[in-house]
Write a protein that binds this ligand. Structure first.
Ligand code: AMP
Length: 189
């Protein structure tokens, strides 16, 4: 199984590039952010998740890990999965390793998109126009998401680095250029 963690700060292009990787390699694309946004808005779970995401905070690990595991379990025959926006904490990375080990598989690689902070902010503000996402529209919330990334999520790269699974990919350039960089990284796995 090809299990790819597509990593990077908010606005790095994970969603866009995941779709392209999914099509090229016939994988399942699981974005925990998309899963939270697709919940029935009237449900307690959706309200709880939104109380964190609207402020740019992470949803607690316990909830996020359960959501991820139930999503993966919907595709027992998948030939591989792209994890987009998960894991975002070391506890989530440990849980993913344990979950995949039970299935007799493991994370193949983490591909980490590298983009400067200035570029991220510009992209998120531009995305707000089309995404309608509350957490994209407000500069203070964007800043909180970036700070949360730096403090809590960036260390997850170290978790995969010690396993020899981390590849950093330049996330600046045309969408197509970045896709090609990712394809060559996957082809060399
Ligand atoms: P995203 O679409 O990946 O930008 O995620 C939007 C929001 O969903 C994040 O700001 C978090 O509030 C929540 N979220 C998504 N994935 C996770 C995760 N792995 N851990 C905790 N919260 C998450």
């Amino acid at each position: 199984m090809l299990n790819i963690v597509l990593f990077g700060p908010p606005g790095a292009g994970k969603g866009t590039q995941s779709e392209r990787l999914k099509d090229k390699y016939g994988l399942i694309h699981i974005s925990t952010g998309d899963v939270f946004r697709a919940l029935d808005p009237e449900s307690d779970l959706a309200k709880l998740a939104k109380s964190y995401s609207d402020k740019g905070n992470l949803v607690p690990d316990e909830i996020t890990i359960k959501i991820l595991e139930s999503e993966v379990s919907k595709f027992p025959d998948a030939k591989g999965v792209i994890y987009d926006g998960f894991p975002r904490t070391t506890a989530q990375a440990e849980a993913l390793d344990a979950f995949l080990a039970i299935k007799g598989t493991s994370v193949t690689a983490m591909l980490s998109l590298v983009v400067s902070e200035e570029e991220l902010k510009a992209r998120l503000i531009a995305r707000a126009e089309v995404s309608g996402r509350k957490d994209d529209a407000d500069p203070a919330i964007i800043q909180n998401r970036i700070e949360t990334y730096k403090k809590t999520t960036a260390p997850v790269a170290g978790f995969y680095k010690v396993q020899g699974k981390l590849s950093e990919i330049d996330g600046v350039g045309s969408i197509q250029d970045i896709t090609e960089r990712l394809f060559s990284a996957v082809d060399s796995l």
